[in-house]
Design a protein around this ligand. Structure first.
Ligand code: FAD
Length: 266
């Protein structure tokens, strides 16, 4: 399918603070961030993502906010004010502009990563800077059969995509999570069957649940729309199988590595 950028004309830098922390399950935590600049964030698409900016000491986060085009932001990023700051990418699960709030759902994978550590230890009042949003989402063509697959990092995007689909959409969605307690209720179209795959605590990177489920699905002939996200080698191998062994046209598949086993900060 054609990659069509739906990037808003301006992205925004927003200074925010944690206002709520809610466990959706043993390994999925929803953090609500509040900040007055969130009122102006545009909507980029159902899988819209933002950069979270991390400094060793949050008081070192630059005290700037407002609209910043990508080139202007990159100029800022290259400067001394941003030295020592790291970025991670997360999906906006909900945006409530009038309440100046966004919800971000973190897959907790221990204190090894900056973002996971932040989410594990988050307390109301913790400061953060957000930059975005961006989305390359291209909606399914009318009548296309839907196939969606992802792990817990993609659960927020999958939930938002399912909620955005036409109510007469038909297909299947698979979401792999660390524990059966991470399963959430999603307002998917009645014709899209959502299956939650429980890793039962097994390491994400070696789990075959998602791959086996997506690759074992009967795919009808005709127009299809496939959306995959999760650990990079897993989504790449699923895509390769669908194209090479199942004859799915590569243009019908949108796939993104949301993280890479053993690599910091994808
Ligand atoms: C477009 C996009 C949207 C995303 N949206 C979300 C989202 O809404 N929620 C979400 O939780 N994640 C999301 N991610 C994934 C998230 O950015 C990565 O998991 C990121 O690496 C986490 O950063 P970290 O600082 O915790 O770990 P890093 O410092 O990046 O990595 C540290 C170590 O942990 C490993 N690691 C990273 N992520 C995981 C994981 N999930 N499970 C097990 N091991 C891991 C790495 O391989 C590395 O060995 C998204 C990524 C992209 C590209």
């Amino acid at each position: 399918m054609p990659r069509q950028s739906r990037k808003p004309r301006e992205m925004h830098l927003c200074r925010v603070a944690v206002s709520r922390v809610v466990d959706l399950g043993p390994s999925l935590r929803r953090i609500t961030f509040t900040g007055s600049a969130l009122e102006h964030l545009p909507y980029a698409g159902p899988d819209q993502r933002v950069k979270l900016l991390f400094a060793a000491d949050s008081s070192k986060l630059p005290d700037v906010e407002g609209p910043f085009s990508a080139p202007r932001f990159m100029g800022l990023w290259a400067g001394s004010a941003f030295r020592g700051i790291a970025m991670r990418t997360y999906t906006i699960r909900h945006h409530r502009p009038s309440d100046h709030e966004v919800d971000i759902d973190f897959a907790l994978h221990g204190p090894v990563g900056l973002a996971s550590k932040f989410a594990t230890e988050a307390e109301v009042g913790d400061e953060m800077t957000i930059y975005g949003p961006v989305s390359d989402y291209v909606a399914p063509p009318e009548g296309a059969w839907i196939l969606i697959g992802g792990d817990d990092t993609a659960a927020p995007a999958i939930a938002a995509i399912l909620e955005s689909l036409p109510r007469d959409a038909v297909g299947k969605a698979f979401v792999e999570v660390g524990d059966s307690g991470d399963v959430q209720s999603i307002e998917a179209p009645a014709g899209v069957e959502v299956t939650w795959l429980d890793r039962e605590g097994a390491p994400t990177a070696t789990s075959l649940h998602l791959r086996n489920a997506v690759c074992g699905t009967a795919i009808p002939e005709g127009p299809r729309w496939v959306w995959l996200a999760g650990e990079s080698s897993v989504v790449t191998s699923i895509r390769r199988y669908l194209v090479n062994d199942r004859g799915v046209d590569r243009r019908q598949i949108s796939f993104t590595g949301y993280w890479k086993h053993g690599k910091f900060g994808v």
